[in-house]
Design a protein around this ligand. Structure first.
Ligand SMILES: CC(C)(COP(=O)(O)OP(=O)(O)OC[C@H]1O[C@@H](n2cnc3c(N)ncnc32)[C@H](O)[C@@H]1OP(=O)(O)O)[C@@H](O)C(=O)NCCC(=O)NCCS
Length: 152
């Protein structure tokens, strides 16, 4: 499994992977995904296994010191092998190099696996976002501070 920068040719695989990872209403449409990828300060890292995209993380810098994880997707067949952790660590490394101090994200309250994952990696719930993904689909806003070494 190797990590590399995103290429335009990855787009369709990434969009399909996102639909595998998230339920309707939370998975991104093609146009949403395209818009996130083309944000000026977007940073996207892809994980490839034998030529297939099996994971990616997409983040962007909201300001000089604030980073945001837009999505982190790992194919079901590649989970629990440390890939999510590697992708997030690489995004955080890039954020840190760009001067980011604080990273935020939103995840569905029902997504207990993602919440466990992010808490394991040092993120904390900071706000409950009612109906964030639509009626009855609440989210947690989670956050961590960078700039200190953490055991990964
Ligand atoms: C959340 C997700 C990215 C984790 O990816 P992964 O590659 O399986 O995660 P890792 O193997 O790096 O796991 C790191 C740690 O997170 C925790 N974790 C991961 N999956 C977990 C699970 N199913 N149950 C409990 N804890 C879990 C564990 O502490 C794990 O460490 P360990 O394996 O040493 O116990 C993946 O499950 C996924 O893509 N889910 C669907 C999309 C999603 O919810 N994305 C996040 C919201 S943006």
């Amino acid at each position: 499994m190797r990590l590399r920068p995103f290429r335009r040719a990855d787009f369709e695989s990434m969009w399909k992977l996102d639909r595998t990872c998230f339920p309707p209403g939370i998975a991104y449409s093609r146009s949403e995904l395209r818009a996130f990828l083309s944000r000026k300060t977007a940073d996207t890292i892809v994980a490839e296994r034998e030529g297939d995209v099996v994971g990616f993380v997409l983040g962007w810098r909201r300001s000089k010191t604030e980073g945001h994880v837009i999505t982190l997707d790992v194919a079901p067949s590649a989970r629990r092998h440390g890939l999510g952790r590697r992708l997030l660590a690489e995004l955080e490394r890039r954020f840190r190099a760009a001067g980011v101090r604080e990273v935020q994200l939103e995840t569905a309250v029902a997504n207990t696996i993602a919440i466990a994952f992010y808490e394991r990696l040092g993120y904390r719930k900071v706000a409950h976002l009612t109906d964030y993904y639509g009626p009855g689909m609440h989210a947690w806003k989670m956050q961590t501070m960078l700039g200190h070494r953490r055991q990964m």
